[in-house]
Design a binder for this molecule. Structure first.
Ligand code: KIV
Ligand code: ZN
Length: 513
């Protein structure tokens, strides 16, 4: 049996602390339920003394979540500890996590206390916490910048007073893998009762080294990692749970440890946290970013077609994704395009690859990314005319603002004839798409809307991508303009034209992922 590394999730505490607005009790419960499904070992549910809302969230989570240990945070002061103990009371397995700053900067600048004062606080608080709860964790905050001798004294004292977990936080993300390895090794060598506690680490990502620092600590004996989904947390965030977990799994040959996480729940958890916390994830974020399992270059796509291991060190299925994604662009090779057509349901004998690929490249040069619905449109069109847009947005006027009902008027040329309609909506974009709907008469439901800025400054060019569903399937539309509403309307028109083309072809529809 390999050594277990305990995964302590602090999304609801350190992560939530960093959000623009705090989460409601229900939102926290939804995340906690998913963390339970993910099988984290410990959920740090909040900081009960910090607000009545936080107290209630911790209590509800303690009452309703059964699998993981439910932990509450408290400063090393009596009132915090008592309130924390009360908040976690309903939990079957509960933990008090108490902390105090131990570095010279924190002692002098934040606490204005001497080394002895801080030792007295640690002694009293861990003792009290231990009386109120069998499982106590202690953190010397800013351990990364604490003097070695003093840190050893602090850790030994906290263990003597009954802390079963000692967490070593790099609170300001200042350490490096080499320094952190030395610090953890030093504690194992010098603290006489260190074997009586689990050593934990809590790394912040200010210099982008949180994952590396946490993993190096594991190599030097740490057996708990404090981390957050999508790396949420103060400033640049905490160690990302998905990164350390997958690193420990994928490189188990080096770490030789085990984690209890159900990794197939990672993607679902990441998406839920993004949505509830309103914190998007950068596309190139390891493990859970939109591009983490996407392949763009022709050479990479070719490799993937031949053997997936050529460019993937873990499977998308291992984190709960269905498949890798091949971004079809002008860099994609004809074999990749053909394999995508086959996945969409076309038989090999139907595909005139040379001709198709030529038209694919023309479209890719114009549009950048070619989506499944574009492939179907090329496949089904008999001539270049078939690919022309039947609906052209000629005029759009939108009025919106505070205390006005957003209204839009659109004029569209449909196969040479002009039609005009007006509509109200919940916002400017909603009004514009409703006016377009009235003219074209399709039933379209927007499923995803994203806006990216292509250039900088006030007059930045914005690119809107809309994913929408109609009775003909799922479509992706792109629109670009310096005006966000116009870019949205153009993306919507892109979808309208794709639906129209497919209706005209009246053929089978693609089976999108
Ligand atoms: O970063 C930190 O030091 C903390 C402690 C409360 C553990 O979040
Ligand atoms: Zn922290």
């Amino acid at each position: 049996m390999k050594d277990k590394v305990y995964i302590f999730d602090t999304t609801l505490r350190d992560g939530e602390q960093a959000l623009a607005s705090s989460l409601s009790v229900d939102q926290k419960l939804r995340i906690a339920r998913q963390l339970e499904r993910l099988k984290v070992d410990i959920i740090e549910a909040g900081f009960p003394i910090s607000s009545p809302g936080d107290f209630e969230s911790v209590t509800r989570i303690a009452r309703e979540i059964k699998g993981p240990v439910i932990c509450g945070l408290s400063r090393a002061v009596e009132k915090d500890i008592r309130v924390c103990a009360k908040a976690i009371t309903p939990a079957a397995r509960r933990r008090i996590h108490t902390f105090v700053g131990t570095s010279p900067i924190h002692r002098q600048g934040l606490l204005r206390k001497s080394k002895e004062d801080v030792l007295a606080m640690i002694s009293a608080s861990v003792k009290l916490a231990r009386r109120l709860c069998a499982d106590v964790e202690f953190s010397p905050m800013d351990a990364g910048r604490t003097e070695d001798d003093y840190l050893c004294t602090v850790v030994e004292l906290a263990i003597r007073r009954g802390a079963a977990t000692i967490n070593i936080p790099d609170t300001v993300g200042y350490t490096t893998p080499e320094l952190f390895a030395a610090q953890i090794g030093m504690l194992f060598n010098r603290v006489p009762n260190i074997d009586k506690a689990v050593i934990s680490v809590h790394c912040h990502n200010d210099l982008g080294m949180a994952t590396a620092n946490s993993l190096t600590a594991v190599s030097h004996g740490a057996r708990q990692i404090e981390c957050a989904i999508n790396g949420l947390g103060e400033r640049a965030g905490n160690t990302a749970l998905e990164e350390v977990v997958m690193a420990l799994k994928v490189r188990s040959d080096i770490f030789k440890t085990a984690v209890g996480i159900d990794t197939q729940e990672i993607m679902r958890t990441s998406r839920l946290v993004r949505e509830i916390c309103n914190m998007p994830v950068q596309p190139n974020k390891p493990i859970v970013g939109g591009n983490a399992f996407a392949h763009s270059s022709g050479i990479h796509q070719d490799g993937m077609l031949k053997a997936k291991k050529t460019f993937e060190i873990m499977t998308p299925q291992s984190i709960g994704l269905k498949n890798s994604r091949m971004n079809l662009t002008s860099r994609s090779g004809s074999h990749m395009v053909k394999s995508r057509l086959i996945a969409l349901g076309y038989a090999e004998k139907e595909i005139n690859l040379e001709k198709f690929y030529q038209r694919f490249i023309e479209l890719a040069d114009k549009k950048g990314t070619v989506y499944d619905d574009d492939l179907v449109a090329i496949m089904e069109s008999k001539s270049a005319d078939d690919m022309k847009d039947a609906f052209m947005l000629e005029y759009l006027n939108v009025s919106s603002g505070r205390k006005t009902v957003p209204t839009a008027t659109a004029r569209i040329i449909v196969r040479g004839k002009a039609f005009q309609e007006a509509a109200c909506g919940d916002g400017a974009v909603d009004a514009a798409t409703k006016a377009i709907d009235r003219i074209v008469g399709f039933k379209i439901t927007i499923e995803d809307f994203s806006l990216t800025s292509l250039t900088e400054g006030r007059e930045a060019l914005g690119k809107v991508k809309i994913v929408a569903r109609s009775d003909s399937g799922v479509f992706t539309g792109i629109g670009t303009s310096t005006d966000i509403v116009e870019a949205s309307a153009l993306a919507y028109m892109d979808i309208v034209n794709k639906i129209d083309r497919l209706k005209k072809f009246k053929k089978r529809l693609p089976s999108y992922q």
